[in-house]
Design a protein around this ligand. Sequence first.
Ligand SMILES: Nc1ncnc2c1ncn2[C@@H]1O[C@H](COP(=O)(O)OP(=O)(O)O)[C@@H](O)[C@H]1O
Ligand SMILES: [Mg+2]
Length: 329
Amino acid sequence: MDDILLKMRNLTVSVRKDKKEIPIVKGIDIDIPRGQIVGLVGESGCGKSMTAKSIMGILPHSAHVTGSILWKDSNGTETELTKLNEKELRKMCGPKMGMVFQEPMTSLNPLMRIGDQVAEALLIHKLVKSRADARGKVVKILEEVGIPDPESRYSAYPHQLSGGLRQRVMIAMAMICEPNLLIADEPTTALDVTIQAQILKLIKEMCTARNMSALVITHNMGVVSSLCDKVYVMYMGRILERAQVTQLFKNPMHPYTRGLLSSIPRINSNPDYLTTIPGNIPEFGKETVGCDFCLRCSDDERKCFFERPSETKISEGHFVSCHTAIKGE
Ligand SMILES: Nc1ncnc2c1ncn2[C@@H]1O[C@H](COP(=O)(O)OP(=O)(O)O)[C@@H](O)[C@H]1O
Ligand SMILES: [Mg+2]
C-alpha cells in the first residue's frame, strides 16, 4: 500500500455569487502518496486552481469548503487541514507545503531583490536568525534550481531576469523551507517549449532528491507524461478518470481523456491541424443530472443524459466514470 501524505475526501468548493452558492469542485477524492508526483489535468475553468488553493487555505473569501483534506506526517500524526485557522495554515505553508504559480511576475515583488524574497520564508518561520544568516541557504537553493552565478543574482530584481529564471526563483521560494509537498499550478504554461522542459526536469529532480510529493496542475497531457506518476482527469469540478500515468496513456477510457490526449501540442506538429475537443464547457452553476461531458461526447447514448455515471474500476488503480467506456471494455 502507498503511504499517503495527503488525502482529499468528498471535497467540495462553492462560491457565493448573487446570494447563490455555485458549486465549483463537486465532491472529489484525491490521494497524494509520499514521494510521488500527482497530476491534476483538465481544461481551463474546471476547478483545478480552486482545488489547489483549498489545500493551502488561500481560497477567496466568497468560497466555502466542505469535506476532508487529511495531512499525514511521516511520524503518523494526522492533521485535518479544513479545520485549521489561517494562522495554523500559514505555519504549514513553507515548511510543509510550497506552492509555485503560473505567473511568476505577479507573484514576485518587483521592488525587492530576489534573494531577499527567497529568504523571507526562512525568516517568517524562524528557521534563521537574520537575513545575513539566510544568505548562504538562499545562494545554495538558487544554485540548486539552476540560476547561474547565484551570488550576484541574489541582488537582482525580478524584471532583470528572464521568464524561465523567474520561474526558477519561484521554485526556490517554494523549496527553501524543504516542504513535503510542492503544489505547482500550471508551472510552465507561460514559458516557451524548451524552457518548459527544463523546468519540468528540475521539478522532477527535486522531488526525487528530497523524496518530496507534488501536485502538478496542468491542462497539458504532455506535462503529465513527462512529470507525473499518477493522474486525475478533472471536468467541471469532478474527476472523470484516474490512473497511473502509464495506464492512462496506454488505455485511456474516458472520451474526454482521449480528447485531451489527442490535443497534446507537439513541437513539430502543424498548429492548424491540432485535434481539439469540440464544444464548450457548460456554464458553472447549471447542474446536470447526467454526465457532464455528454454534450461534447461523440460516444454518448441516451442514458448519459439522465444518469450520472458512477466510478468503475478498470484495473488496479485505474478508475473511470463513463457509461460508454465500460460497455466497450
Ligand atoms: N474568486 C472567484 N470567485 C468566483 N468564482 C471564481 C473565482 N475564482 C474562480 N472562479 C470560478 O471557478 C471556476 C473554476 O476556477 P479555477 O479553479 O480557477 O479553474 P482552473 O484552475 O481549472 O482553470 C471558474 O469557472 C471560475 O469562473
Ligand atoms: Mg487555474
